[in-house]
Design a protein around this ligand. Structure first.
Ligand code: NAP
Length: 545
């Protein structure tokens, strides 16, 4: 608790606002803008020292988005077309500059409190108000509370013994030092080969004297074919702006130029399939292979054809056959674990200073003062990079003491897995909205498109309530039960559950295994949300003041 007088005074005199928004990433910034448009007095509370969310924290070498910049940007304002992306897949510094630009463009900063970590949010039933408290001892009272806390913002260190024993430096990719890290001349270990590991490994390999990669599960990675945008290329896209954006909003994955195959791969000849896969490989897109045919994620035979294709590519690139085999993903379907987009990842293993240590069967035993111990062998290093991911989708919410009606905690309610209606609300927590919450398409799509859809829906809902003197909006238990069943039915019909992934919470010891995102596609989900709103917020109870 803060020892300064102002801080403690703030704690006893809560600031009254219409809405508190937690988080100043893509979600929180747009939520603030929309709530202002709706006529609310809102404040954003952000733990970081700057805006940007994911793009504020994840500054590791090679961090870049794996959705094209044109798509991975707000579509709500024609003014923002002024932003000129320099690369096809923009890197973290450019994304952060973009979000800073958005904050300035819409004058958002005056209502954003930085370095302000939220610790609790409690609902006062009698007053129909949320009290939101911060680590600094401030309190806010608000009718509406929006958790814009991000799906991948609670970084995970692995449960490996001896982290405290390691005498060198160590870093987590999601908490990278602002000034960067110089690995020149150092022996470096990277633990983890998900998106963060796969992006950082080629860059670290160029700098370090020696790089040892500890891989537990090999990932399917597709070449990004990132490049600078040609002069006029963005203008060409902007000339078709409404049409492209519309396609992204109503498509499965929220991207404007990803072909969504409507035919079965089983109806194609081997040559035809090979040609389709080759074209997608050459184009460099994250979702292209998954959506190439309609049955990649439903039919294991088709899925194996995609997986074999990628394994073939890995063998072509990696010189050492043994290393190539170890880099070939096996034992789970393509796409069931989020695929990665890479730049030079597989070729990195052709370098003399890079070694791959497979820890799939022999897990890392512990860290010692000098390095990483596997199977009794100590791999000596000067620095360790943990690219070990996140307590996804629920971690950042569980970190806040959220209490709804009758003082029930969200942690308790979600102890067997998250329960939401549309990923937007949970019964018993009136007026608490989640942006990209579990049960919504979120991480299976271009996040920015999903975020915009949620923010607009939430703002419309709040506007609707205010116009009618409604003081509390709350999902019903029945609506959320039906929705959770539907989310499960959809994912059970796909191949997702055949892999141990963060989608299922499998990367966090003790976390219940529940497939968290909604796999029905953004377009279909949007229609469902629109229908709910059009029916006067079907599945919600609206209580007049
Ligand atoms: P991740 O995909 O969860 O990868 C974590 C890695 O650490 C996995 O390879 C995991 O192995 C490994 N690991 C964890 N504990 C370990 C242990 N005890 N020993 C050995 N290995 C261990 O995390 P991430 O790479 O940070 O990516 C998370 C998500 O963030 C991505 O899927 C993506 O959605 C998003 N992301 C996006 C971008 C982008 O847009 N460019 C970049 C980075 C991240 P197992 O697989 O065996 O658990």
């Amino acid at each position: 608790m803060s020892s300064n007088l102002a801080g403690s005074r703030e704690a006893t005199v809560p600031t009254r606002v219409d809405a508190v928004i937690v988080g100043a990433g893509f979600s929180g910034l747009y939520m603030l803008h929309k709530l202002r448009e709706t006529g609310l007095n809102a404040v954003v509370l952000e733990a970081g020292d700057g805006v940007g969310g994911t793009w504020y924290w994840n500054r590791y070498p090679g961090a870049r988005v794996d959705v094209e910049g044109f798509d991975y940007s707000y579509s709500f304002s024609a003014d923002l077309q002024e932003w000129e992306w320099s690369e096809r897949y923009p890197a973290q510094p450019e994304l952060l500059r973009y979000l800073d630009h958005v904050a300035d463009r819409f004058g958002l900063r005056r209502d954003i409190r930085l370095s302000t970590r939220v610790t609790s949010a409690h609902y006062d039933e009698a007053a129909t108000l949320w009290t939101v408290c911060t680590e600094r001892g401030q309190a806010y009272r608000a009718t509406w509370c929006v958790m814009a806390t991000g799906c991948l913002s609670s970084a995970q260190l692995p449960a490996i013994d001896g982290i405290g024993d390691f005498a060198g430096e160590w870093f987590h990719t999601a908490h990278w030092p602002v000034g960067g890290v110089d690995f020149t001349g150092k022996r470096v270990a990277v633990i983890g080969t998900g998106s963060s590991g796969i992006q950082s490994i080629p860059i670290i390999a160029e700098q370090a004297a020696r790089l040892t990669v500890f891989q537990r599960t090999a990932a399917f990675a597709i070449p990004a074919r990132n490049r600078d945008l040609e002069p006029g290329e963005l203008d060409e896209l902007k000339a078709h702006y409404p049409e492209l954006r519309d396609r992204a909003r109503h498509g499965i994955v929220g991207m404007s130029r990803i072909a969504e195959g409507s035919t079965s791969a089983l109806d194609a000849t081997a040559d035809q399939r090979q040609q389709v896969f080759e074209e997608i490989w050459a184009a460099g897109t994250l979702s292209g292979l998954t959506t190439s045919y309609r049955d990649v994620m439903t039919d294991r035979t088709v899925n194996d054809q995609v997986a074999d294709f990628v394994r073939g590519k890995i063998r072509e690139i990696v010189d050492d056959p043994d290393t190539a085999e170890r880099l070939c993903p096996r034992g789970y379907p393509f796409g069931a674990k989020r695929p990665c987009l890479h730049t030079g990842y597989y070729a990195t293993y052709n370098r003399d200073n890079v070694r791959l240590v497979d820890v799939s069967e022999n897990p890392i035993e512990r860290l010692s003062a000098r390095g990483v111990v596997v199977g009794g062998t100590e791999h000596e290093v000067d620095a360790i990079v943990f690219a070990t991911g996140f307590d996804a989708m629920t971690g950042s919410l569980a970190a806040i003491d959220i209490r709804g009606r009758s003082g029930r905690t969200l942690r308790d309610k979600w102890s067997a897995g998250p329960i939401t209606y549309l990923g937007l609300q949970s019964a018993g927590f009136p007026n608490l909205f989640l942006v990209a919450g579990p049960g919504s398409p979120s991480v299976l799509t271009n996040m920015v498109m999903s975020i915009e859809q949620h923010v607009e829906w939430i703002a419309d809902c709040i506007g609707y309530a205010r116009e009618r003197g409604v003081v509390a909006v709350e999902a019903t238990e029945r609506a959320e039960r039906d929705w959770v069943h539907h989310v499960n039915d959809v994912s059970n019909a796909l191949l997702y559950s055949e892999a141990s992934t963060w989608y299922l919470g499998a990367n966090v010891p003790g976390k219940p295994r529940v497939f968290m995102p909604y796999a029905g596609g953004l377009g279909a989900y949007r229609k469902r949300c629109d229908a709910v709103a059009a029916a006067g917020y079907d599945g919600f109870v609206l209580t007049a003041g």
